[in-house]
Design a protein around this ligand. Structure first.
Ligand SMILES: [Zn+2]
Length: 195
């Protein structure tokens, strides 16, 4: 899931060093996004299988995914989005990093809320999506130990979004008809006319 764009409000002109750091950040973001599967890639529509082996390879991949997620200004990234059809995600929930393997998410109570979401696989698309406001998550960590979390609000939204990726479900499937139409028109490859 993508982070809201930050508001950069400065009273003064950025220094040369600040401008250079910002330019480098944008390059890192572009590179990260180029390594994340984008809308139209059939992998994003496939259901991922359970993780059965907890080995160094899994640790290495999740470390790489955290790096991609941060570089791309994201707060969650599912294995599906890097072309791995296994059920694990990395995310930052309430300021803490988690690897959630084989996650099972169930709503707690009846409460739902509609809010805008973006996705690292859907470019500039932001659409309203209804999610449960409280959920319980049962998952393994990267070593295979059981973890149980109770999440609410933004953190609950992030894990529901990432779990959808493991089932091949995208934001455009979850939003209202009008928002879907607008999103799809943004996502449709542009025709380039050359003479
Ligand atoms: Zn996403």
């Amino acid at each position: 899931m993508s982070e809201h764009d930050h508001d950069h409000e400065h009273d003064e002109e950025p220094t040369e060093a600040e401008a250079r750091a910002e330019a480098e950040r944008l390059v890192r973001k572009e590179i990260a996004l180029s390594q994340i599967r984008q809308y139209g890639d059939p992998v994003l529509r496939m259901r991922a299988g359970e993780v059965e082996v907890f080995d160094d390879e899994l640790v290495r991949i999740t470390e790489r995914m955290f790096q991609l997620m941060r570089d791309a200004d994201g707060i969650g990234l599912a294995a599906t989005q890097v072309g791995i059809l296994r059920r694990f995600v990395v995310c930052t929930l309430d300021g803490e990093d988690y690897v959630l393997v084989n996650p099972v998410v169930s709503p707690v109570g009846e409460g739902t809320e509609v809010d805008e979401e973006g996705c690292l696989s859907l470019g500039a698309v932001r659409v309203p999506v209804e999610r449960a406001t409280r959920v319980r998550v049962e998952a393994k960590d990267v070593q295979g130990a059981s973890q149980s979390l109770e999440l609410k609000d933004m953190a609950a939204r992030v894990i529901q979004h990432e779990l959808d990726h493991l089932d091949g479900v995208l934001l455009v499937d979850r939003t209202d008809a009008e928002s879907r139409r607008e999103a799809l028109s943004l996502l449709r490859p542009r025709l380039v006319l050359t003479s």
